[in-house]
Each structure stands twice: as C-alpha cells, then as structure tokens.
Design a binder for this molecule. Structure first.
Ligand code: MSP
Length: 518
C-alpha cells in the first residue's frame, strides 16, 4: 500500500429489477456523506456505486415487461438509477454495471485463477433457492416453504454446478473477526457473522446451468457464474483487479485497494463478511478493511420494499422537503446500524424545529442584522469568543463520530453547536444593544461571533447538505473573501477569525422554506 492510498468506499450495487426507493437511497446518501467528509478532510477519496444486472430476478422482470434483460437494464440505469443519484446530489467517482466488459473480463480471469489454484470443483447442488435474495437457502431458513424476507415460495434447484471451497476459509475468517473487531461493524453484525461461521459453513455453488443471463464460466460456457460471485467482485473489478501493475488499472488498484469500507444493509451482511473475504483470501488478495452493516427502513414494522408495495420513491419526499432535508433526516433520526421507521410526521417536525428554526432562522437573522446595523459588511474579527472553545470541541466530536460511521452522533454535535449559537444571540440581544450608539463595538462583536459560527456550520454541514451550505457560504460572502467551500478543511474549521472584515453579506433565499400544508 502506498502512502497516498485513497479512502475507498463502496455502496452495494443495486438490482435493476425496479426503480430506487428510499432504502437504497439511505445507503447511498450515507456513503456520499462519509466520502464528502473525508474529502473535506483533504484526503484522496474514491467512491463507487453501481448496478447488479445479472441473475434470475432481473431476467424474469425483463421478460415480464417484454424486454430483453440488457435493454431493460440499460433503460433502468439511464432513466431511473443514474438520474436518481444525480437528483440526490451523490458525488460518486465511478458507476459500475456488471454487464460492462471491464467487469466481465476481470471476473472471468479471477475465477479461472481460483480454478487453476484448486479452489473450484464440480458437484451436484440440490436445495431451495430464493430468487428475491438470489440465495441458496438451508431448509431451516424458510418459513412455510417461503423466504421470510420476500414471502415468496422458494424454487427447488437440482443441478450439476461448480463449487468454491468456501469452508476452507472458515478458521481464517473466525480469527479475523475475533481478533480484529473493527473489520465488521457494528458489534451485533460481527456477532451474527461469528455465530454463523461457528455453526459450520459448507462450500458454495458458484454457477448455474438452467438460464443464461450471466457471465459464462470461462472453461464451461454452458454455465453462468452465480450472480453474487459476479456481483461481489465489482468492488475490485471497478478499480482494475488483476491488471498488470504498470497499467492504468494496476495503478488504480494500488491506489485504492484494499477498500476501506463496504457499506451494506444487514440483509446482505453474510455475503460480504463471509463469501467475499474468502474469495479474496483464496486469490491471495488483501481483504477489505471494514464491512459496516446498517439497519432497515421499516414500513409497518417490516423492511420497506417495492415487491411488498411499501417502497417510497425518494422524489415523493424531496418534492415536499427538498433534497438536503432528505439527506439530513435519515442519518440524523436513525442510529446507523439500527432499524428505523420512516414517518412524515417525524420528518416534518425535525424539518421545522432543527432545520428551519434552529439553522435557517439563525442564518436569516444574522444576515438581516448585518445589513441593518453594519451596512451589509462583516465587522472586524474578534480575537476569540466564548463560542470558540465550544466550536473546537464540536469539530473534534463530529469528526470522531462521522469517521466511526456514527452519523447521528456527528450531526447531533453539529446541531448542538447551532443551538448554542442561537442561545448566544438570544442572551446577547444584539437588537437591544443596537439602540445604544455607545455600544457599537459590543454589537459588532456579537454579530461577528455569530457570523463566524455560521461560517463554521456551513463547512461542517457541507458533506451532509451541500446545496444549503453553499447558499449560506455565498450569503456570507465567503466564496469571495475566503474561497470555495469545498476547499475548506475540517482541521481548520475551529480556527477563529477567518471571515475578514468587509466581506459583503447578502440576504439570500430562505434556507428552509416553511412547509406547505399537505
Ligand atoms: N444486488 C445486491 C447487492 C450486491 S452487492 C455486491 C442487493 N441489491 S438490492 O438492490 O436488493 O439491495 C441493495 C441494498 O439496499 C442492500 O444493502 C439493502 O440492505 C438496501 N436496502 C434495500 N431495502 C432497504 C430498506 N428498506 N432499508 C434499508 N436498506 C435497504 O442486495
């Protein structure tokens, strides 16, 4: 690993059997916030997302819609998935599709390598398969012969397939999770994986012969590679897996691999914490540094899903609350790693109290007062303020929490500071001081301290709410007097006195407009 390795984060690649819902957006927004935070720390970052296009689930959906699988995937990716991420202001560096040549060639090479090293053998597979999960099930996993997640009957599979010697890696995996707990988080996820591993793991069928929508097994082209084996490899194929070290792909791989974090939902934890590292161990490649499993967004106590008709499209929410409030709400309201229910009422309440009142009003009061009392120009910097040590503690706490994927803790620290600044304004009553000409210096100090706190809030909230923070940055005149908001470093945020005297403030648009009655 070179000293300049990028911070590499991935989301799962999403099945393109349907359009995205807010469960998918939850993972992707979390990844976007974390990578934007790391960029704001000045680190090199690589953020990957994409789509999982092979397998029976996508093939069956395409057929039902009278389309070929490829045409179906092309349409959904271009008309639904990519526009949705663009709408949510997701700044991914790459988007991988498993039907791309770059992926398929590298998957075949990887599998051939495992075969050559003796990790692949032929055997008969017999057992239940859930097309919704695209997973071989054990009879004990089922409820009334159906998958408990999808509530659909399983299919019985009986095929001559290729198998991967997964069981050979169980001792190494157990050792890893026992001795390096940070590699699988939170603790509940790690414990689940450990008990699964300790319960005994069998070898894995990694090919299918009864349909053809997949990557052909290179030495047996009548079979296609099992969709999960194909999909998991995306994290490495997207950055040049197996390429010559001197080639562009090889250099990219050296700069990014091993991945720092694979973000996944808890339903796909085992694939990522058992099968994926075992595949890499077999190939002699470093395993990812961390798998983090978040909880589900629930509707009526069950995992929200399109197949159960409980899916909510991100636009249903952003049309009403805006994109930044959407990005903020789920990470603020639900501890990452725990299930949480979405409710319009809770979102409306937080929008009004935290975003419109605590944050938006503070910004509009300040800019209005600077216009009224200081001719629209930032007054002279103060040397320090009672707010400065609170800000320093906020930055330290928020940075530690967000880097540990405790988004709720990080956002709480930032919003607590926002509340403190509101309290400071209320206690100091600048509107009352302004009535007394002899207290002009005092008035200017209060307004400067408030403006400077908003400067810090804009930077700290930029990874979470990029558009609103930029609006605030512009209205403080900071784009001209300090520079681009994205160039501001987390480590410098607490340095007091950055807004220069005379920076021209404008009363911008309201950051969080009052909600229209529904
Ligand atoms: N294609 C596989 C992943 C392959 S990664 C190598 C897949 N796709 S998925 O589209 O079904 O789900 C992708 C992610 O969305 C998963 O992490 C899943 O947990 C997440 N979510 C889907 N519904 C969700 C909720 N209701 N709540 C939170 N996340 C959910 O699995």
């Amino acid at each position: 690993m070179s000293a300049t390795k990028d911070f590499y984060l991935s989301t799962p690649i999403y099945y393109v059997n349907d359009a995205p819902h807010i469960g998918h957006a939850y993972t992707t927004v979390a990844g976007d916030v974390l990578t934007r935070w790391h960029r704001q720390k000045g680190e090199g970052v690589w953020f990957l997302t994409g789509t999982d296009e092979h397998g029976q689930k996508v093939m069956n959906t395409a057929e039902k819609n009278g389309s070929t699988p490829q045409a179906w995937c092309d349409r959904l990716v271009e008309e639904e998935w990519k526009p949705n991420w663009h709408h949510l202001n997701i700044a991914n560096d790459d988007f991988i599709r498993t039907t791309e040549e770059r992926h398929m060639v590298r998957v075949q090479n990887f599998l051939q390598g495992l075969k050559d090293q003796g990790f692949i053998y032929s055997a008969k597979y017999e057992g239940p398969y859930c097309i919704g999960c695209e997973e071989f099930k054990l009879p004990g996993d089922l409820v009334n012969n159906a998958c408990p997640v999808h509530s659909i009957p399983v299919e019985m599979v009986s095929e001559e397939n290729w198998f991967f010697k997964l069981s050979a890696f169980v001792p190494q995996l157990i050792e890893r999770y026992r001795n390096h707990p940070e590699t699988c988080e939170p603790a509940s996820a790690r414990n689940e994986v450990l008990s699964f591993l300790e319960g005994g793991v069998t070898d894995l069928s990694i090919s299918r012969s009864t349909f053809d929508w997949g990557i052909p097994v290179p030495w047996d082209t009548k079979q296609v590679i099992y969709v999960w084996f194909d999909a998991l490899l995306n994290y490495a194929t997207a950055v040049g897996l197996g390429d010559d070290p001197d080639s562009e792909g090889g250099k990219k791989f050296a700069k990014t691999w091993p991945a720092d974090v694979h973000l996944v939902g808890k339903d796909i934890l085992r694939f990522h914490a058992v099968i994926w590292p075992a595949m890499l161990m077999a190939a002699g490649i470093d395993v990812p540094k961390k798998i983090f499993a978040h909880g589900w967004l629930l509707v009526g106590g069950e995992k929200m899903s399109k197949s159960k008709l409980t899916g909510i499209a991100p636009r249903d929410i952003t049309d009403h609350f805006g994109v930044d409030a959407f990005r903020y709400y789920f990470l603020r309201a639900i501890p990452f790693g725990t299930d949480g229910s979405f409710s319009w009422e809770d979102m409306g309440a937080r929008y009004t109290s935290e975003l419109a009142n605590d944050f938006g009003n503070l910004a509009s009061r300040l800019t209005a007062m600077i216009e009224k009392y200081c001719g629209g120009l930032i007054p002279a910097p103060t040397q320090s303020s009672t707010l400065a040590p609170t800000l320093a503690a906020t930055v330290t706490a928020a940075d530690a929490a967000i880097c540990a994927l405790d988004f709720q803790g990080g956002i709480n620290s930032i919003m607590e500071f926002c509340k403190r600044v509101n309290g400071y304004v209320t206690e100091n009553e600048p509107w009352a001081i302004a009535k007394d000409d002899s207290r002009k210096a005092e008035l200017e100090d209060v307004l400067y301290n408030t403006a400077e706190s908003l400067r810090a809030l804009a930077v700290l909230l930029h990874p979470i709410m990029p558009e609103t923070s930029e609006k605030l940055w512009f209205s403080l005149g900071a784009d001209i007097s300090i520079g681009e908001i994205s160039a501001q470093r987390i480590s410098d945020v607490a340095n007091w006195g950055q807004l220069p005297e005379g920076s021209a403030v404008t009363k911008g648009a309201v950051l969080f407009p009052r909600l229209e009655e529904k």
